[in-house]
Design a protein around this ligand. Structure first.
Ligand code: B12
Length: 149
């Protein structure tokens, strides 16, 4: 089922400290199977590089993936830096995967990510919720989604 018309290019990225790659391979395929154009920046992406690519590529969605347990802190720095980049203040950003270690302090940290500019936080990597988010974004419905932990 392709529903990419309303989304545009998707910028997919790992976080600066995270060297895991299969999460990115999976998400790349997941998005392409749904008809989205994907630019996959790969793992260990510094916040400055993500911000620059966001300015140059003008994506309709930025997807941040982290599974190494540093996702809340790395993701917060990434989205904060991205929001400061010219032209990147309004692009929807989502983050997901295994964002913390042992589920400690999840709700508060997910809220901080939202306050910093994430439209949705899939801190348990919920792909069904992510799929619903993509559909809502494509059809122009509210982009606020994701579990609040
Ligand atoms: C393979 C692996 C590695 C390999 C990675 C090789 C590679 N090329 O990727 C190596 C050995 C290098 C590695 C290293 C480390 N790893 Co490792 N690794 C794994 C392992 C066994 C599998 C990960 C994997 O490939 N899964 C397959 C992919 C497809 O699934 P996934 O990553 O879970 O992603 C899915 C979801 O999370 C979700 N998702 C992911 N991102 C997003 C984003 C959005 C928006 C959404 C909606 C969904 C989503 O979608 C994916 C598909 O379902 C997991 C344990 C496990 N069974 O999950 C540990 C695991 C991820 N690793 C872990 C750790 C701690 C490390 C190290 C820190 C270990 C160390 N002390 O050195 C380092 C980190 C290095 C670094 N700088 O990042 C922990 C993370 C702990 C946490 N988050 O609570 C895990 C969970 C193991 C554990 N139980 O402790 N690892």
């Amino acid at each position: 089922m392709a529903h990419s018309q309303g989304v545009g290019k998707v910028l997919l990225t790992g976080t600066v400290s995270d060297s895991h790659t299969w999460n990115l391979v999976f998400l790349d395929l997941f998005l392409r199977e749904r008809g989205h154009e994907v630019v996959n920046l790969g793992p260990c992406v510094p916040a400055d590089l993500l911000a620059t690519r966001c300015r140059l590529d003008r994506p309709g969605l930025v997807v941040i993936s982290s599974v190494n347990g540093h996702g809340y802190s790395d993701g917060l720095r990434a989205v904060t830096r991205l929001r400061a980049e010219p032209g990147c203040a309004a692009v929807p950003v989502v983050i997901g995967g295994k964002l913390g270690l042992d589920g400690r302090d999840d709700a508060g940290r997910a809220d901080r990510l939202r306050q910093a500019g994430c439209a949705a936080v899939f801190d348990d990597g919920d792909l069904t919720a992510f799929d619903h988010f993509l559909t809502a974004l494509s059809t122009g419905e509210s982009t606020l989604a994701g579990r609040s932990a």
